[in-house]
Design a protein around this ligand. Structure first.
Ligand code: ADP
Ligand code: MG
Length: 566
């Protein structure tokens, strides 16, 4: 037997990094800004543990465009690197300095705030640049500043340079096929997308602000003049709400953070859940329950996934259970891998655990709200029910909990849990097989006559308006023994064993015989319906057309076809 070492040929690996590592070229900026943030966080950490005794100053990351030179520079005043460190961290591909740092200082507060993981991020610069320079000076006393340069071939040069300030400039000479990354708006857009909540200020250019005249100049009315000044354009909010303790936040803070996430949304969410887990994985975040509108697709997939405050993706389908994609908000977990493909994410063990955890939290929150303030919960139910039904239909774990707080609404406006409702109607609404029959309408206006008729007989009718009703009904029939549902216009009504005397028909037998074929003739598929004559209250229709519940469901299914719930 022989063991050996696989030889990684950098000539081969470069084109792979360039082409395939990231499908989206724009994320080079996320990687380089994250490295700059890491460099700042490390220095903060060293200041705390005594390894760095100098002035921290204003730690910040600057992104600088130079259209003449065709360069984009990412500048930080973090720890910098010595020539030896460049050899170690940059010249060895896939050796992650970030990972090494986290391992070395494991367990110490602040050490876990480092973003990097895989030691590949830096090289994403070559997706957009034909030449990259690192100009850097380490924070260590008496360090010599150095410049590393490479054009993307495996060769590099390293030289001593003059640089007085601590920190690193990464200078990208943007390639001809990537000139979009020299456009101010494009860079602004990318930074806003990925860096909006990074923990160290990220500055890009300047913006105009209006302030009171510093000289105290007055206008004609004697008011202090407002003057325009150019100020740094800071991209990010370094302390987004989800990173704070729930106890430090008020309802307004949650609402205003919601608008920070979705500037185009004006409506406040129904309520939120602040997630904060540190075992067996790290997870923070805030999930918002929106009012569910008719068109759920518009509201879907608004959850943003972050890792240590770095934006990863806003398409969380397949990462969280599908019904949770109706929620809005932020999930942040350093345990969600940053740089890997979506198919990998789906099968990742941590991601699965996180999904299960969130499902549980959401169910627990709803259960708690139901228990603590039922009136309030009922007032929100109409906007919540699609979400709860969706969860009930798609996640068994959720369904188990949801059966205790899933509500049904009677046509008289009262709310019941299914269990409560079952008890309420048991005596009157039982059929000859001993099944308890829930009567419902999915269109109270159209089915008004039927509802009225049922009520006159003393039956209760539920009002179901959710598009998921047919699926949810089947689920409830499986969940609750002896429970069956029938739409109020089904022929079920007459089969309930309520021993009321028959209400006589208003028409003579003769008239009935004459009229029946007329009605039947007007029906398209007359064999699927029954025409009945009987009186309701005097002013109501003397003729009703009913249909067996199972035939109606069959027709409904044919109409809906297969596929998803919506
Ligand atoms: P990772 O961030 O996963 O460790 P990268 O390829 O992004 O991998 O970076 C490799 C290493 O290079 C970093 O871990 C860090 O040690 C070093 N480095 C990169 N950028 C900077 C910077 N701006 N300041 C200081 N060190 C840096
Ligand atoms: Mg990195």
């Amino acid at each position: 037997m022989r063991t050996g070492q696989i030889n990684v040929q950098t000539e081969n690996i470069f084109p792979i990094i360039k082409k395939f590592l990231y499908s989206d070229h724009e994320i080079f900026l996320r990687e380089l800004v994250s490295n700059a943030v890491d460099a700042s966080q490390k220095l903060k950490f060293f200041a705390k543990n005594g390894e760095f005794k100098g002035e921290l100053g204003n730690l910040k990351v600057e992104v600088i465009l130079n259209n003449e030179e065709k360069t984009l520079t990412i500048r930080d005043n973090g720890i910098g690197m010595t020539a030896e460190e460049i050899d170690r961290y940059i010249n060895q591909i896939a050796f992650s300095g970030a990972e090494e740092f986290v391992q070395k200082y494991k367990g110490k507060e602040g050490a876990e705030n480092i973003i990097g993981h895989f030691g590949l991020g830096f090289y994403s610069a070559f997706m957009v640049a034909e030449k990259v320079q690192i100009r850097t000076k380490s924070f260590k006393d008496g360090s010599q500043a150095v410049q590393w340069e490479s054009n993307g071939s495996p060769e590099f040069t390293i030289t001593d340079i003059e640089k007085t300030d601590r920190g690193t400039d990464i200078v990208l000479y943007i390639a001809e096929d990537s000139l979009e990354f020299l456009e101010k708006n494009r860079i602004n857009e990318i930074l806003t997308r990925y860096c909006k909540f990074l923990p160290v200020p990220v500055l890009f250019g300047t913006k105009t602000e209006y302030i009171d005249s510093p000289e105290g100049e007055k206008d004609e009315d004697g008011k202090v003049k407002r003057v325009a000044v150019d100020v740094d354009n800071q991209i990010n909010n370094t302390t987004p709400a989800w990173t704070k303790a729930p106890i430090d936040l008020k309802q307004e803070d949650y609402d205003s953070f919601y608008r920070e996430l979705y500037p185009m949304t004006f409506e406040n969410p129904l309520f939120h859940i602040h997630l904060n887990v540190d075992y067996p994985f790290n997870l923070t975040g805030i999930l918002y329950f929106p009012k569910i509108k008719e068109n759920v697709e518009v509201q879907r997939n608004k959850i943003n996934l972050y890792s240590n405050q770095v934006f990863i993706t806003d398409s969380v389908e397949n990462i969280v259970p599908e019904f949770l994609t109706l929620l809005h908000g932020v999930i942040d977990s350093p345990d969600i891998p940053l740089n890997v493909s979506r198919s990998y994410l789906q099968s990742d063990g941590n991601v699965k655990k996180i999904s299960a955890h969130i499902t549980k939290k959401v169910a627990d929150k709803l259960a708690e709200m139901f228990k603590n303030d039922r009136a309030d919960f009922e007032s929100k139910w109409d906007d919540l029910q699609v979400f709860v039904q969706y969860g009930t239909l798609s996640e068994e774990k959720f369904a188990e909990k949801a059966r205790n707080f899933s509500l049904v609404k009677s046509t008289d406006g009262k709310y019941y849990t299914v269990e409560e409702y079952k008890d309420k109607i048991a005596t009157l609404q039982t059929d000859k097989d001993g099944k308890i029959v829930v009567l419902y309408t999915n269109n109270p206006e159209l089915q008004y006559g039927f509802v009225k008729k049922a009520n006159e007989r003393g039956y209760d009718v539920l009002s179901f308006e959710s598009p998921l009703t047919p699926h949810w009904i089947s689920k409830m029939e499986q969940t609750f023994e002896n429970l069956t549902f029938a739409r109020v216009d089904a022929d079920t009504l007459d089969k309930l064993i309520k021993k009321d005397e028959e209400i006589p028909s208003k028409l003579s037998k003769e008239d009935e015989e004459k009229l029946k074929p007329v009605f039947e003739g007007a029906l398209k598929e007359k064999e699927k319906f029954t025409v009945q004559f009987e009186s309701m209250s005097a002013s109501e229709s003397p003729v009703i057309i009913t249909q067996p519940e199972f035939i109606r469901r069959m027709m409904e299914q044919q109409r809906m076809g297969g596929g998803g719930f919506f």
